[in-house]
Write a protein that binds this ligand. Structure first.
Ligand code: NDP
Ligand code: KPL
Length: 300
């Protein structure tokens, strides 16, 4: 199977590394020639959870159309970068399957405007941290869930060959529900880590942060009646512990002075809750704090 991944950041590099290890032919599509040069000379390094290193030679390019026809295209850029990619993706053959790896919910309907016949979404709960242009640190093992929204299931089932103890993969049935559940988990973890500058594990060990996370959980369960059945508070604590050393993607954005994914994650959840008459005051305060930090243009 030939797979190309657009975006060689934390998630793109980690996924490429595990795909290559599973015997898949994988290419990385990046936007800077400098990163192509570095990947060619230094290769791709994954720092494993146990501290060992796995190094792979991976083809990279800045030009997707220079690659031969692929069996699958994985899109691993941030939500804000999707907007520029949609035009390019719309020009690709309609039979190339697309898999989107973003957190949040705002892309769900946008992606379905693309002409491709096979479209799936992915929700990952591993921790990944980009160390540099060619190195990624695996910061916690977590499930990679794939849900096909349009087209043939078996097209994406080939990705099950990627499944291993360090990179578990599972097919699930309802893409929108899967993204909603992940957005809830991210709403509980990401803004708190970004505002307080804590890693995921500290949300459990820092008493005040833990209290805030409990408050947000309480608010969310009042707004979304069935939420407790799909996500228990124990699941949230478990995710924090499994990715304890990780700098959440939102904290990573803050530390690098980049625009965060607050709107597609927390903004969408707040709107859904508001439509049911719930204001979620604790989560709303954090939402405005993250936006205020972005507006101030601070760099830590
Ligand atoms: N990191 C984590 O632990 C987790 C992240 N996620 C989600 O995964 C998604 C990706 O996050 P993450 O990997 O952390 O983000 P990163 O910022 O580390 O990586 C995004 C990459 O996309 C690249 N990119 C942007 N536009 C293009 C383009 N047009 N063509 C090619 N490459 C492009 C960027 O390039 P450049 O380097 O040039 O800026 C960057 O390398 C997000 O939605 C995030 O929420 C989900 C679970 C865990
Ligand atoms: C799984 C988790 C919480 C890992 O940090 C994540 O999704 C993120 O950082 O965006």
């Amino acid at each position: 199977m030939k797979v190309a991944i657009i975006g060689a950041g934390a998630v793109g590099q980690l996924t490429a590394s595990f795909l290559a290890e599973s015997g898949t032919s994988v290419s990385l599509v990046v936007r800077r020639q400098e990163q192509v040069n570095e990947l060619n000379t230094k290769k791709l390094t994954r720092i494993n959870v146990d501290g060992t290193k796995t190094v792979q030679n991976i083809v990279s390019t800045t030009n997707l159309t220079s690659l031969p026809m692929q069996d699958l295209l994985v899109i691993a850029v941030k939500y804000s970068h999707l907007q520029q990619l949609y035009k390019q993706l719309a020009l690709l053959p309609s039979d190339i399957p697309l898999l989107f790896m973003q957190n949040g919910l705002a892309h769900f309907e946008e992606v379905l405007n693309l002409p491709q016949k096979n479209i799936a979404f992915c929700s990952v709960s591993f921790g990944a941290q980009r160390v540099d242009q060619t190195t990624v640190r695996h910061r916690g093992v977590g499930l990679c869930k794939i849900a096909v929204e349009r087209g043939k299931q078996h097209t994406f089932e080939k990705l099950l060959q990627l499944h291993c103890s360090l990179f578990p993969v599972e097919m699930v049935s309802n893409a929108e529900q899967m993204l909603f559940d992940k957005a809830i988990l991210n709403s509980l973890i990401n803004p708190l880590t970004a505002v307080l500058q804590l890693n995921n594990g500290e949300l459990v060990t820092n008493k005040q942060a833990f209290l805030l996370m409990e408050n947000i959980y309480q608010e969310l369960t009042e707004a979304f009646e069935n939420m407790e059945h799909s996500i228990s508070f124990g699941d949230v604590v478990d995710l924090c512990r499994k990715t304890a050393e990780n700098t959440s993607s939102m904290l990573a954005d803050r530390l690098q002075g980049r625009k965060s994914e607050i709107e597609t994650i927390v903004g969408v959840i707040l709107n859904k809750a508001l439509a049911k008459g719930h204001h979620l005051p604790t989560l709303r305060t954090l939402y405005h704090q993250v936006l205020a930090l972005e507006e101030s243009g601070e760099r830590s």
